[in-house]
Design a protein. Sequence first.
Lengths: 125, 125, 125, 125, 125, 125
Amino acid sequence: MADKDLIEKTRKTAELYFKGVQDERPFDLWKAFDKDLAKELSLFITGQMYAREKIPHPTRQLVTVACLTVLARPDELKLHIQAALNVGCTRDEILEIILQMAVYAGFPAALEAVKTAAAVFGETQ
Amino acid sequence: MADKDLIEKTRKTAELYFKGVQDERPFDLWKAFDKDLAKELSLFITGQMYAREKIPHPTRQLVTVACLTVLARPDELKLHIQAALNVGCTRDEILEIILQMAVYAGFPAALEAVKTAAAVFGETQ
Amino acid sequence: MADKDLIEKTRKTAELYFKGVQDERPFDLWKAFDKDLAKELSLFITGQMYAREKIPHPTRQLVTVACLTVLARPDELKLHIQAALNVGCTRDEILEIILQMAVYAGFPAALEAVKTAAAVFGETQ
Amino acid sequence: MADKDLIEKTRKTAELYFKGVQDERPFDLWKAFDKDLAKELSLFITGQMYAREKIPHPTRQLVTVACLTVLARPDELKLHIQAALNVGCTRDEILEIILQMAVYAGFPAALEAVKTAAAVFGETQ
Amino acid sequence: MADKDLIEKTRKTAELYFKGVQDERPFDLWKAFDKDLAKELSLFITGQMYAREKIPHPTRQLVTVACLTVLARPDELKLHIQAALNVGCTRDEILEIILQMAVYAGFPAALEAVKTAAAVFGETQ
Amino acid sequence: MADKDLIEKTRKTAELYFKGVQDERPFDLWKAFDKDLAKELSLFITGQMYAREKIPHPTRQLVTVACLTVLARPDELKLHIQAALNVGCTRDEILEIILQMAVYAGFPAALEAVKTAAAVFGETQ
């Protein structure tokens, strides 16, 4: 169902975001249970959603960091802080976005995210 | 406790974000109950948090739209979609950010936010 | 299954909390669908949980207002702000608790709750 | 990118779930803003996710009702209670699932969902 | 307050759901703090809510897995994936339900739940 | 921007709440990234919000425990259970508040909080 171009766009976008990430990439777990599903998910989310060119990758990634700060999902947050650095966000920008979340989602949400960011920055300096 | 510069910076930032907004501005309600508190909140959030110059206003506002999409707070979302337009975000950028949230917070969250955005765009064309 | 004492304790506690409340009381809706269930729920929550004497009713009710501020459930919040006034909480205490939530759950949560409180206070002055 | 079979499977699944639904169907709003995106979303969610044959449609729909009860998204909940009836769930099953949510997500979440269910049942008797 | 039948029904239902579960059962913790309360909770939730015969146990348990996937409560989720297997749900059904949650509550929620399911399946093969 | 009185009030309030707390205090992490910001946050939240004298400290702290029980933020919850003990709340009051949350936010939320409380009580006996 997926043509060659979509597969290539998916591969390139995944490489851009998750290059050098040591932890499990998001689709590895799905793959273990249902290989076809994992491929479809990857083509849809990475190849069709993430590869849309309406906003620059750093903006897209800062927004994702903000969202995961609110949602209390530290593993995914860690992965996407790494991805944010990969697409060119600075540490200061990432922290500023997390701080901004304190106003809208409360200080505990921001505090947990600052801990996660500190852990990622410590591993990637 | 607040010096003249902070008051001026707060006024200017509030003007930038909420110019032309017909609905109640966020601090009006607090003001009705505790005038001193409302002033302190305004000086802190608008004058100290929002006025930080670490990221551009449009990025800050897209991130806020994303966060409010996740949190199921339509009134605040409406206000900040208006503010996003005020600081120079385009409609396409706002919708793209909302769509991005579908991946992380589910499609119902995004769908509700698209409805809110459609309402704001209808009023401000 | 429920003895006379529990039924009486349930009735008295419900009267204390919801006296004069015009909106639907929480168990009315359950009653329409499953009368036995509604009775069991009422005996358990009102008669066994709410009637516990470990903390004073006003403290219990301020805590409930705080929780519903966080959870984005305005109808239940309205009901429990009415109940808070019924058990002797003051308006200032209720607003103070809502404000406290801004720090932990974000300003939009608190802002929505202030609106709900203003509506209740307007109806009950 | 989508072959004929997927388009046909999507159409049939959508017909099964949303037959006779008067409110906006989920993808109508996306369509107004980005027609291609709406088509991709529809093919992916309806044609690939919903049409998976691992669990019966009524189970899938009861689970969706449960999830939307927790998430405080009444418009989507209304739509999926209608869809649940369309795929053969009974009113009693839907209410039982909502009640079950009270234990895990609290009584206010269940209470709001009972109100929504009552509204749908009133319209579709 | 509880008659013999309710106690017996509670015991049987608990046995059905949590047979062989090594981790703490849900009421053990309450028991350590307030023995009477723990007994009341157990009789109410297990004996009255869970033992209702309106929907089959596997459906009830799939719905609970869905709800806990959304709520970000991994310990309770683990317990109820074990219970789902105990009442006869298959691994494929459990994973399918978790995947379904990605659409409504976002992929991070589903991803965390898949990790938890993988851990339970590893321990119980 | 902050006068001497505010600094002193902030210091005293922080001492009252967090005396003897071994874990990181909330502002330590912010301090590592932005010293000025951390000071502003501390003066605003501790010195202006927490030091408000509208409700007694134990009530304020029970409400905070309730809120963090709902929000699934165990590290912050731990810190504030310690603070609750510091300002004079009893263990029974803290547990009663957590139990109350089961009704409004579900039993898993309460169960996680009971575990956290048990851990704090074990360390501080």
